[in-house]
Design a protein around this ligand. Structure first.
Ligand SMILES: Cc1cc2nc3c(=O)[nH]c(=O)nc-3n(C[C@H](O)[C@H](O)[C@H](O)COP(=O)(O)OP(=O)(O)OC[C@H]3O[C@@H](n4cnc5c(N)ncnc54)[C@H](O)[C@@H]3O)c2cc1C
Length: 590
């Protein structure tokens, strides 16, 4: 059965009177703003009218919603919800579809389309409504755009700088010319807000009695704290370091992530009522038992990877052989560091590049990198390798350390053997060497950057937690539950080295779990929930050049801890936002 919008308008007030809470629903006066702003409705005005769907949702007509064309047309951009002038208390078409279909277990056979979204939103681990916030930039509605991002994650300024942006790799605009510069657009919104006298602070729900303890003030812990604060919980975050931010504060160098951006985004979380206590070590100063005595009812542990792996080769006990992340931490905390004139960095990943560029800024005169991988196999991003080479760092691919060379107890250099293969036929790490081909490099400092592991000393605070040689055991990666009731573990410590946005996503899911745990709901519920990115190749779309933000030249940045990349100005941001196709997520029913 289909309902016309006229039918609905006429019946609306009458029917709504019978619904409990109908006074809220009556705030909708059918102004049609939702329809006017919906990009899919603009493209298919005769076929899709969000106002009608919203009325059905408000009227509780679940069957009609499920059999309506909303399932196929809604691209889940959230523009209707964020645009409603009456702030009608509905969750938006997107959320309503999800709740009705998934939570009530009424998924139609062709459910794929229900979860069809822009491929950018689907690919983002935090599932930010990217087409929505990009559309807000195009319309000059900057605060609304920021609001959309902050619903999903607290760090647009940080991720607008350091995210590996898997969203852009999937952007359908790439089928026309180049993907939308989503990362820089996010940064544009965040930086604009940070310059405002009154910054945007997300609304916090009605205060709840339960206290939640978060261990680790990295992106996973802070993201969980942020989402729990929105729900009204009292949250305390404990961290053993003197600063909050985890690897964002003591790993990622400030020339990529200025500390004032990090501090400002953390301050917003504090402004939402979250307490952050630094200098407190879980397992030494506090334990689960002591926290329970202090009234905490649920726990999220996100302690990251703060132990460096060793090489186990001859001479590794010589002085000035330092772990790269310890070195970065000392530089970030402005502690005393050792750096010689000739420095070798062992490792070929992004962390090794950060260590090498930081060594140059900390006073090394010559920095060389050496790694097992061939140049093509190096795990660091190509643009990061280029940055390093532009600053004069010499990269020696396909070499494995054989022994450290010492003289009179001092480090003099490092001997390498040729690495012929890093992985075996099963893609397992199993390096092979040709010991007849050797190379020696002189060095007075060596920085080891060959991987990190979990510092398991935290388990002294919770001895009953199940662990494996890799770290704490997570029972279910969609909920981050462990074997300990009310204790959830997330971030890098739970799945290995990944990224800021993935840590944020894990914190978000853990917050959902904690809320469900504390309110007696089924923790698993509708998870895992997977958005399906809808790909398409638009035809006849005009070519528009991707905008490039300014960047400091090598001579301007060399040896300095200044930010390399500058952001978009308003004109660039609007032009870039206009490149977005906006309707990628819709999937018209055949
Ligand atoms: C040098 C470097 C550069 C990187 N660059 C990028 C990048 O450009 N983009 C990107 O997306 N990702 C990057 N990453 C990865 C990213 O930083 C991590 O994936 C992310 O920070 C993991 O978040 P987390 O919250 O799980 O852990 P962390 O950020 O490591 O935070 C864990 C926190 O727990 C605290 N802690 C540990 N043990 C205890 C204890 N017992 N008691 C109390 N507190 C404790 C730690 O002090 C720390 O603050 C980089 C990582 C490094 C090391």
């Amino acid at each position: 059965m289909t309902i016309s919008s006229n039918d609905l308008d006429a019946k609306f007030k009458f029917e709504v009177a019978a619904i409990p809470g109908g006074e809220h629903i009556l705030r909708c006066f059918a102004c049609g703003t939702c329809t006017a702003v919906c990009p899919v409705s603009s493209a298919f005005p005769d076929e899709y009218d969000p106002r009608k769907i919203i009325h059905m949702i408000l009227l509780g007509l679940k069957d009609r919603v499920l059999s309506s064309n909303a399932l196929w047309y809604c691209s889940h951009c959230e523009t209707c919800r964020i645009s409603c002038p009456q702030n009608v208390p509905f969750d938006g078409i997107s959320d309503a579809l999800r709740k009705i279909a998934v939570r009530e277990n009424r998924i139609p056979e062709d459910a794929y389309e229900i979860f069809g979204a822009g491929p950018c939103k689907a690919a983002c681990p935090a599932h930010i409504s990217i087409p929505g916030f990009v559309g807000m930039i195009a319309a000059g509605r900057y605060r609304d755009g920021l609001k959309l991002i902050k619903e999903q994650m607290p760090f647009p300024g940080i991720c607008g700088r350091v995210c590996h942006h898997p969203c852009e790799a999937k952007c359908n605009r790439g089928n026309v010319d180049e993907p939308i510069a989503i990362e820089y657009l996010k940064r544009f919104l965040a930086d604009r807000d940070l310059m405002e006298e009154i910054r945007y602070v997300p609304e916090v729900g009605e205060k709840r009695d339960e206290k939640v303890a978060v261990i680790g003030a990295g992106p996973a812990g802070l993201s969980a704290a942020n989402q729990l604060a929105v729900k009204g919980y009292s949250v305390t975050v404990f961290d053993k370091l003197p600063v909050a931010g985890g690897m964002m504060a003591v790993g990622i160098p400030s020339y990529r992530l200025p500390r004032e951006i990090l501090e400002a985004e953390i301050q917003t979380i504090v402004d939402m009522g979250v307490e952050i206590r630094t200098g407190v070590t879980f397992g030494k100063d506090i334990t689960i038992e002591s926290l329970k005595k202090d009234g905490y009812k649920a726990f999220f542990i996100a302690v990251g990877l703060h132990v460096s792996r060793s090489l186990n080769v001859e001479g590794e006990d010589l002085p000035n052989i330092i772990h790269g992340i310890e070195f970065l931490k000392k530089v970030a905390l402005k502690q005393e560091i050792v750096i010689g004139k000739k420095t070798i960095v062992i490792g070929g990943g992004n962390v090794a590049i950060d260590v090498a560029l930081t060594a140059l800024r900390a006073g090394a005169k010559e920095v060389q990198m050496a790694c097992l991988e061939s140049r093509e196999e190096m795990p660091a991003w190509d643009y990061e390798i280029k940055d390093a080479e532009d600053e004069g760092i010499i990269i020696n691919p396909s070499w494995g350390p054989r022994r450290f060379i010492g003289k009179d107890g001092n480090l003099k250099g490092l001997e390498f053997k040729r690495c012929t293969a890093v992985f075996d036929e099963n893609h397992r790490f199993n390096p092979q060497y040709d010991e007849s081909e050797l190379m020696t490099l002189e060095a007075d400092t060596v920085l080891l950057t060959i991987g990190q592991a979990v510092d398991m000393s935290f388990t002294e605070g919770v001895p009953e937690l199940e662990t494996s040689p890799r770290g704490p055991v997570v029972k279910d990666y969609s909920t981050f539950e462990t074997n300990v009731d009310g204790l959830f573990v997330g971030g890098d410590a739970s799945y290995g080295p990944r990224s800021v946005v993935e840590a944020v996503a894990s914190g978000k899911e853990a917050a959902v779990s904690i809320d469900r745990y504390l309110t007696g709901q089924d923790i698993k519920g509708d998870r895992p929930f997977e958005w399906q990115g809808i790909n398409y190749e638009p035809s006849g779309t005009e070519h528009m050049d991707r905008q490039k933000p300014p960047r400091l030249s090598v001579s301007e940045r060399k040896g300095r801890f200044v930010e390399f990349d500058r952001g978009f100005d308003e004109q660039q941001a609007k032009y870039e936002a206009d490149r977005c196709l906006r309707i990628c997520g819709h999937q018209k029913k055949a």
